[in-house]
Write a protein that binds this ligand. Sequence first.
Ligand SMILES: Nc1ncnc2c1ncn2[C@@H]1O[C@H](COP(=O)(O)OP(=O)(O)OP(=O)(O)O)[C@@H](O)[C@H]1O
Ligand SMILES: [Mg+2]
Length: 254
Amino acid sequence: MSTPVLDVQGLAYAYPDGHQALFGVDLHVHRGERVALLGPNGAGKTTLVLHLNGILSAGSGGHGAGTVAVSGLPVEKANLSEIRRRVGVVFQDPDDQLFMGTVRADVAFGPANLGLRGEELDRRVMGALDQVGMAEYVDRPPHHLSFGQRRRVAVATVLAMEPEILVLDEPSSNLDPASRRELADILRSLDVTVLMVTHDLPYALELCPRAVVLSGGSVVADGSTYDVLTDDVLMKEHRLELPFGFDPTALPRR
Ligand SMILES: Nc1ncnc2c1ncn2[C@@H]1O[C@H](COP(=O)(O)OP(=O)(O)OP(=O)(O)O)[C@@H](O)[C@H]1O
Ligand SMILES: [Mg+2]
């Protein structure tokens, strides 16, 4: 078997205040997979995501154990700039991602750090903004945009880096139905490995053949998204609920 794009082994983490959020998580994601990371509020999903590009680590103030590697490269201080080129994280809150004066400057920030300049940089920026339908906002200040528009720009900042793996924390929240659909189309069209945290279970089923359920800081299920969503006992036990009227068994099987 090839080296997984994402290889998480025995990952445990307690925040500096002593609250333990992860208890020995194992997760392997291979090239081209799209995996949904499901689980109730407080399960540890965001904590896990923040370990994937080294924002959180045992060394960042908390206590931890285990390892994370991206295409064989360990996530550790010495490798962080390469890790952040490989792993594109779209944060749960777009305001954690956008900090420049214009949309252009925000989307250009990462690729400029990689050394892109001039027309090449411009092409990257406009290409990423086109993908999320935000090209006409390129000269606007991000803080004047709506939440959903900021989310789309946050996705563009990561697409502009052309990462090996795209990690999205709640990408469809606060998006209107058309934008939600367009984001799904983008994610499907990209030739990239995706790990997507979501409470939007129909979205998970539509986009991700595989789902991992995190609950209480541990992986409690890892299988086909269809099997997970139709396992009533598992779903109830981990506070997962399908939206009213949504019945995966009534959909055409893919
Ligand atoms: N900075 C922090 N300090 C201490 N504890 C924290 C901190 N951030 C999160 N936690 C705790 O860690 C646990 C996991 O939180 P996390 O944000 O990873 O959950 P989540 O699965 O992303 O939830 P949600 O679905 O609400 O986004 C929770 O119990 C939370 O209270
Ligand atoms: Mg979260």
